[in-house]
Design a protein around this ligand. Sequence first.
Ligand code: 5GP
Ligand code: ZN
Length: 114
Amino acid sequence: MTQCLFCRIIKKEIPGRVVYEDDAIVAFEDINPQAPVHILVVPRKHIDSLMNLTKEDKELMGSLFLVANGLAKTHNLTPSGFRTVINTGSGGGQTVYHLHVHLLGGRQMTWPPG
Ligand code: 5GP
Ligand code: ZN
């Protein structure tokens, strides 16, 4: 998946403002932030979208949210709160087809989302 934008950021072929990485996950700042804090939490493994999740990704999905939890703390998003979002497919607003969790915070979120 060398054509995939996020795979290329993960491999450091394209620059990204990385705020966290371990052997399974990389997190970097969104290039077009929708909130004062807008971080993308991304598995190193290329998975197109939540539609393509398999049972073998069970632990990985837990790790993604634990990383989001840790980043929310280090970015002072608690206790005020924050939002995590996974857009899935074109109807869900997904534009980059490498699974990622948006971590958004630092402003009041509204509901429903657009
Ligand atoms: P999606 O729309 O798929 O849920 O989210 C994709 C996100 O990737 C968008 O918020 C968009 O701003 C971000 N994005 C697109 N291209 C780049 C890029 O080259 N670098 C970074 N850091 N983020 C990007
Ligand atoms: Zn990818």
